[in-house]
Design a protein around this ligand. Sequence first.
Ligand code: SF4
Length: 348
Amino acid sequence: MVDKVLLAEPRGFCAGVEMAIKALTWMVQVFEPPVYCYHEIVHNAAVVAAFERAGVIFVDDIDDVPVGRPIMLSAHGSAPEVVTAAQDRAAVMVDAVCPLVTKVHHEVKRMAGKGYDIIYVGHDGHDEAVGAIAEAPEAAQLVDPRIGLDTFTGGEDGRVALLAQTTLGLYEWEDVLSSAQSQFPELWTARKSDLCYATTNRQQAIQRLAERADLLLVVGSENSSNTQALVRVGSNAGVPAYRIDGPEGIDQEWLDNARVVGVTAGASAPDQRVQKVIERVNPHDGVELVRVTEEDEYFPLPPQLRRFMQTLQALVEGGFACRTPGQEGPVELDRHTSATEALSILGV
Ligand code: SF4
């Protein structure tokens, strides 16, 4: 019998995922199905399944989208040629890339433009890494943190920049950084790491849980990079840590050997799944919130969608005084709506 659940705060949805889920929810409400989405909108099986039920078709090739259909591009960021192809093909193209991923795309372009060879630390084949490297494939090389710098060729003139996927484990990034600094003393890197606030906050929170828990459960999907990083951070702290999609993934034996269970969730995992996990663990003495910091980041809906909704609204209102001056419309109200609420409309 488990005595207590320690629940990490922050956990689950980050501002980028919030924005992307709400944007796609708007798309399925405004357009007749199917709406197309290039790559999984976020790396979470429950979220993807909910959108598929609502009429979204996920594709890995823009050529699979019939001309004239609405398209959304995922939160992980897309290669420039994908963005152009989607613009050419779609009636409405909405790019739901997270602004923090866009920042890394800009850095790749800028440093390549200055003649630097770029070490991009990321996981081979991950959508975010593929999109970022495509900004300057002649200059940027993927360095998988599990392999290290051995695969990197370049930097003969000493001009080397180090950039990274936003969702790595902090320890993975630091390991490559320290070898790169010894190999290239003039190494350029972003003032802070490219790891985003959500990644680092969730990793700090699981470390705090690990100080007191006998078992760590990380809710999130297998292809979610930041979820996998949380599991590794938990295991590195010496506590058995398991990734689960939801309560069905829990092995009773894990609970038989634990009194205090730490629960957290990757940045794309819905809180509905977390609550179901807690119900399944059924702690005798209840749940204690373990908060490491407050998060209040908010990313507005993508500009293409804001413009489209504002135009649509102006047409619907048709000059009639449907709203009093200063009254908020759906775009402004977005700030007060959560992705968890949006997903409950879709039955998650
Ligand atoms: S994990 Fe970070 S970079 Fe990725 S979508 Fe969330 S806020 Fe953006």
